[in-house]
Design a protein around this ligand. Structure first.
Ligand SMILES: Cc1cc2nc3c(=O)[nH]c(=O)nc-3n(C[C@H](O)[C@H](O)[C@H](O)COP(=O)(O)OP(=O)(O)OC[C@H]3O[C@@H](n4cnc5c(N)ncnc54)[C@H](O)[C@@H]3O)c2cc1C
Length: 512
């Protein structure tokens, strides 16, 4: 058998593994992808010329390896600042990144607040002096009398921000994303997700930004993730970059088999495997020397034979949150950009908005015009994505598509962001297994990991593949590390699991 690797999944991790194998080894990668789309949860869906992400995807990383990797694939187009304001960008090149200024704000009490929350005139005006006073008192209280034994995420937040600030700006959004009370989520998880972010850092960042003169390098290594101000974004969304990578893989001799669902793997002698996949109504078997898996750990275990009962039980107890996004094409938004009225449609400048209002289920709103004007077919229209998070057995997940869209429109009207008469078109995308959760059977995940790590030439990579809340940079780094292990003849896989724990962490809780 020729040296072959079967890679399950054509998302960022699977595609990076394939490209790395082609660059560094003589192993032929064969990717099995169960859908008709390239990019996994980093794909971009084209709806009648309007492109929508599965949640806007920023490209930034503290890893030089990844920043260079991306810039080897696409050049960075001239900065928007160099282009005349409000004129349509005249970019003849397609394979480029736009460098974007980040703006995301919190929508609460039907008003906008800076994100991260800053203590400025706007915040004081919007919250009112009494609320500010309560926030201040509870912050000081939390500093003088911290909860000694942080038992859960609520304790973690309260110790860092005070109870009132936590309830005002953190509690509801976190609970919408994870579907659990913050008292059910672990404090260590908070420590991993938002280590380093504190009221002091937010204030010092704000003060520094007032005196900022020099443009920073795009990697912005000295910043907490939530404070990242600039990022790269492909002209036509993240899916464009991954489709380009898929083309490169095919050009270099790799294979991508679409609409093919991996359903079985048999480990023959720990050096070769037989993989089974379903294509239309046929079940096909293929021998391979290596397997890279980005499918969920549960799927992988269920596709294996003779798995011990305890491992089966833990793997089948690993949970994910699902994601639903509703795309709305509108003539305009009901809320206007008050500071700059000459913008097209008086469009507010945000990339995305955190929906902190309690009377809606929506978690965030993406404004795709502000990610890239090329995401929108007719730039005079407004193209937005409303985001919802749910469990597979939630009513929201089971709801019929048009009823869901109607519910989303009503929510957005209720909080005053749109008027229904401005609606031109709508669509809905439902994605399974988007957020690996760190509770339930996850407490015993190491047993599954140890079991799978012992199988030579089987590599768990990526986000669902490792049941880890990895962003695309870390998903890619796990793939790069796994391939390097093959090149180096290294059997120990711990360095793959070290990605995103030992390295500079570059992401904040719920902040993708
Ligand atoms: C709402 C949201 C916003 C995000 N924002 C950002 C961001 O701003 N920046 C960032 O860097 N990252 C972001 N991420 C994270 C990023 O999307 C992931 O890190 C990345 O897509 C993970 O890559 P992956 O290849 O591991 O998995 P995936 O992207 O999930 O790809 C896995 C692929 O495997 C396929 N597959 C699964 N099972 C099988 C099977 N049995 N047989 C065949 N194929 C199978 C799937 O169809 C899929 O195509 C965000 C994620 C979400 C959900």
């Amino acid at each position: 058998m020729a040296n072959k690797a079967i890679i399950i999944g054509a998302g960022p991790a699977g595609l990076t593994a394939a490209l790395e194998l082609l660059k560094k080894t003589d192993i032929k990668p064969v990717i099995l992808e169960k859908t008709s789309d390239i990019g996994g949860i980093s794909k971009t869906v084209n709806y009648k010329g309007n492109r929508i992400d599965i949640g806007g995807h920023r490209f930034f990383s503290k890893s030089d390896v990844i920043m260079n990797y991306w810039q080897d694939l696409f050049d960075i187009a001239p900065s928007p600042k160099d282009i005349e304001k409000n004129k349509k960008w005249n970019l003849t090149d397609d394979n480029v990144f736009l460098e974007r200024e980040r703006l995301s704000r919190i929508y609460f009490l039907r008003k906008f607040f800076d994100y991260p929350v800053t203590l400025n005139g706007n915040t004081i005006k919007n919250l009112g002096v009494f609320r500010i006073f309560k926030i201040g008192i509870s912050y000081v209280w939390a500093k003088i009398f911290p909860i000694r034994n942080e038992k859960n995420l609520e304790d973690f937040f309260v110790n860092r921000f005070g109870r009132v600030l936590y309830k005002t700006f953190f509690k509801d959004y976190t609970e919408k994303v994870w579907g659990q009370s913050c008292t059910e989520l672990s404090a260590e998880w908070g420590a991993q997700r938002i280590k380093g972010l504190s009221v002091t850092k937010v204030i010092s960042h704000y003060i520094k930004s007032l005196f900022k003169t020099k443009k920073q390098d795009i990697a912005q290594k000295d910043k907490e993730t939530s404070l990242i101000e600039r990022f790269l974004y492909p002209k036509y969304g993240p899916g464009q970059l991954w489709e380009h990578v898929a083309d490169l893989i095919k050009e270099k001799g790799g294979e991508i088999i679409m609409d093919s669902e991996f359903i079985g793997v048999q480990n023959i002698d720990s050096k070769s495997f037989t993989v089974k996949y379903r294509q239309n109504d046929s079940i096909i078997e293929m021998d391979t020397n290596y397997v890279f898996s980005t499918t969920s750990v549960k799927n992988l275990i269920n596709a294996m034979q003779n798995v011990p009962d305890n491992i089966n039980k833990i793997a089948n107890g690993l949970l994910h949150r699902n994601f639903i996004t509703v795309g709305l094409l509108l003539d305009k938004l009901a809320i206007k950009n008050k500071t700059q009225i000459d913008t097209i449609n008086e469009l507010i400048p945000d990339n995305w908005i955190y929906m902190q209002e309690k009377d809606v289920k929506m978690g965030r709103i993406q404004i795709f015009n502000n990610w890239s004007p090329f995401m929108v077919d007719d730039e005079s229209k407004v193209w937005i994505g409303l985001e919802y998070f749910c469990d597979p057995d939630d009513d929201m997940w089971k709801m019929e598509n048009q009823s869901f869209i109607n519910m989303a429109i009503k929510e957005l009207e209720r909080v005053g962001i749109i008027i229904k008469d401005d609606l031109i078109d709508s669509t809905i995308i439902k994605m399974e297994d988007t957020y690996p959760v760190y509770f339930g059977a996850y407490d015993n995940f190491d047993e599954v990991r140890n079991y799978l790590d012992k199988i030579n030439n089987l590599y768990l990579i990526g986000r669902s593949g490792m049941h880890r809340y990895n962003n695309s940079d870390h998903s890619m780094l796990t793939a790069i590390t796994a391939v390097q292990n093959i090149v180096d003849g290294r059997i120990d896989k711990r360095n793959i699991w070290d990605v995103n724990t030992e390295q500079d962490y570059h992401e904040e809780k719920g902040e993708e």
